[in-house]
Design a protein around this ligand. Structure first.
Ligand code: PBG
Length: 357
């Protein structure tokens, strides 16, 4: 049987499919022209995928460059309006806001002040561009004098407890204040509340606080799997928020862990998160891909300040092509499964995708 078939196949058209391999199979056929390659693309990237982070501060006529993040600025609210018009014109649908308060204190009180810098910015953006989706980052590190993401267990304060170490970030007390801040920002007009402090129970506490005040249509984008990352370095210059002591590894996740990320995300889903986030992006594409496969909710990835800064630094040295590498990073993040990307490249990438050099 074997012998007769192999003999006839020398002379007749094969009746069986050819073995799947070279030379019958040549993947390069589909890469022959630009049009072919375009047709075969599995993933796309568009300005509508982007969310641009913006830093806002008190004062007027301020557009203060951030040294470690070329092309990024701290804005005063008056100067923000024009910037927002540009962002809308580029087809970017959303911004996420970070505030630099007038002064910092132990409980980060400007964060839950309805007249704080972020609520002011939200109102200005909504006046300028009502269709712009405004996301408010909810976390205490920009607002506290110690730079941690919640209230610290400090001897001599009314909330001090000997059951926990001095310097520990008090979870449940912080939840109360996260709820207050979320309501203040929702009241100012934020469409989406994005808690980034990695406190246990933060999504549930914020959902309850919003609902209690009638903000049941305000969505929650949870920084569900946020790692204790060295790539946040430039952001801490931008937001003037480095921790005064220690680091954030008692609340942010260990970079070595992936299963733990699935636990964190599952908890946030159960607590009512509408959207999920993985942060940073490029060093955590495996986590992003697994979140995408495991959960049906929309997934965002945050290409953080260090990811932006390192591409700029290499490009400034002439070692990498900025446009090419930035777009490659962004499409990789989409390929791994992100529906949307928080990125400082949003404006540049939108221009590049719209055909600019
Ligand atoms: C916390 C927060 C941080 C970032 C976004 N939200 C800093 C941190 O966790 O230390 C970092 C974003 C970036 O690096 O671009 N409010």
């Amino acid at each position: 049987m074997m012998t007769s078939r192999s003999r006839t196949s020398q002379h007749q058209a094969p009746t069986q499919p050819q073995p799947a391999g070279f030379p019958a199979v040549r993947p390069r056929r589909l890469r022959l022209s630009g049009a072919m390659r375009q047709m075969m693309r599995e993933t796309n990237l568009a300005p509508s995928d982007f969310i641009l982070p913006l830093f806002v501060r008190h004062g007027s006529d301020i557009r203060q460059p951030i040294a470690s993040m070329p092309g990024q600025y701290q804005w005063s609210v008056d100067r923000l309006r024009n910037e927002i018009r540009e962002i809308v014109a580029l087809g970017i649908p959303a911004v996420v806001l970070f505030g630099i308060p007038a002064s910092k204190d132990a409980t980060g009180s400007e964060h839950y002040d309805g007249d704080g810098i972020v609520p002011q910015a939200i109102r200005a953006i909504k006046e300028t561009a009502p269709e712009m989706v405004v996301i408010s980052d909810i976390c205490f590190c920009e607002y506290t004098d110690h730079g941690h993401c919640g209230i610290i267990n400090t001897p001599g304060t009314s909330h001090f407890t000997r059951r926990l170490p001095e310097g520990y970030v008090l979870n449940d007390l912080t939840l109360e204040l996260l709820g207050r801040a979320s309501v203040a920002h929702a009241e100012a007009g934020a469409d989406i509340i994005a808690p980034s402090g990695m406190m246990d129970g933060m999504v549930g506490a914020i959902r309850a606080a919003l609902d209690e005040q009638g903000f049941d249509h305000t969505a929650i984008l949870s920084y569900a799997a946020k790692y204790a990352s060295g790539f946040y370095g430039p952001f801490r210059d931008a937001a003037e928020s480095p921790p005064a002591f220690g680091d954030r590894s008692q609340y942010q996740m260990d970079p070595a862990n992936r299963r733990e990320a699935m636990c964190e995300v599952a908890l946030d889903v159960a607590e009512g998160a509408d959207m999920l986030m993985v942060k940073p992006a490029l060093p955590y594409l495996d986590v992003l891909a697994e979140v995408r496969q495991t959960f049906p909710l929309p997934v965002a990835a945050y290409q953080v300040s260090g990811e932006y800064a390192m591409l700029h630094a290499a490009a400034a040295n002439g070692w990498l092509d900025l446009r090419r590498c930035a777009l490659e990073s962004l499409i990789s993040i989409r390929r791994a499964g992100a529906d949307m990307i928080l990125t400082y490249f949003a404006k540049d990438a939108a221009r590049w995708l719209n055909g600019a050099e």
